[in-house]
Ligand binder design. Sequence first.
Ligand code: EPU
Length: 429
Amino acid sequence: MDKLVITGNTHLKGEVTISGAKNSAIAILPATILVNGICNISNLPNISDVKISCEILENLGAKITWKNEHEITIDTRNVNSTEAPIDLTSKFRASYYLLGALLGRFGKSVVGLPGGCNLGPRPIDQHIKAFEALGAKVEVEQGKIIANTKKRLKGADIYFDMASVGATINAILAAVLSHGTTVISNAAKEPHIVDVANFLNTAGADISGAGTDEIKINGVKELKGNYSYSVVPDQIEAGTFMFAAVASKGDIVIKNCIPEHLDCIKAKIIDMGAEVTYENDQIHVIMNNDIKSTNINTLPYPGFPTDLQAQAGVCLALADGTSTINETIWESRFQYTSELNKMGAKITSQGQVATFEGVEKLYGTSVEATDLRAGAALLIAGIVADGKTTLYNTKYIDRGYEHIETKFKELGAKIKRVEISEDELIILN
Ligand code: EPU
């Protein structure tokens, strides 16, 4: 187990290259189960969630060859199990995509209840509703979800009660090889949903409307392999560096991203006083001013993403005045605020609202990542704080950010990854 030791007071400056999107990659990998052939997938981020996804697929019978740290060929023709290994699926949330993919291909799937970041209750009733609409019977017993159908799934109209990323992708996965037409209304619109649809369409699926709130899927008999697909860049990683530039009063060129995916972040950091320019696949953020307070409301895409509110929170903790964040997706995502308060921030949170009284400085101390995005936020806080910050629970950050400390070090941050000694582990436990 590692910790990150950060020496602060750094103005980040330079260029950073964005990796492939975590939340796309961990949906596209199970989607390969639906393909009757071999495909080549590149721009995979080198993160632990991708490694676990590949391990699960191999366990089910897929053959994976790594071309380099970002690229695989995967042959899923010999996948012969419909039951995903529970010890691996319990490690991350996106294992729920195996339900839709295995059900779509074999008419049966058995997957352990998903694990992942500690974000409080994370229901999957909308996923189950979609499978049932398509004709499957779904049961939850002994920590497992079992979805079954005796006949080929049949296209249906599915209306979601809320825009759910996971349920939208799962409904697409289950419907792609079904008989007839499926229409998903109130679908989520995140860029990784478009990416999964593009991946499946490249293999011969007939999906239209991804990226809007109505998605239409005409079921096809088979998806064919022998093609290459590159995962879309990670807009959350790009947004993380945009807020890092603001918090550190830095100057960062963020390369290999799709700027339009970050329009709401651009608007928000301009409110905070930053200068932002887009050029092709690059975003340049310069922060020469004191941070201005502002208010944030998290929403499904194209609104402000919940996955960037903690990183934005570091900027608001240092802003000149009072700001609020209204978190409408995961209420328990304010756990990072008590860690930031240990560093001198003045944040109070109640229910889904946190209020930030801006302070002039944060001060280094020992803090703990409570989830992936909290970890990124605390890393940024350590980079800008006075003194030394020790960040524990790095396993959360490693789930979703590729080479994060190397990327920040190339921008001037002073970070060391240190193995936690046995003595320290005893004290921590
Ligand atoms: N919801 C339900 N029932 C459902 C599904 C969702 O009530 O069946 C609710 C959730 O409780 C939540 C809201 O709907 O309040 C939205 O949840 P959604 O299903 O969109 O989230 P998810 O698919 O579980 C993905 C990302 C999360 C990201 C959210 C929101 C993956 C693997 N995870 O989760 O990413 O926060 O969408 O954008 O794609 C992260 O990357 O750090 C992360 C947590």
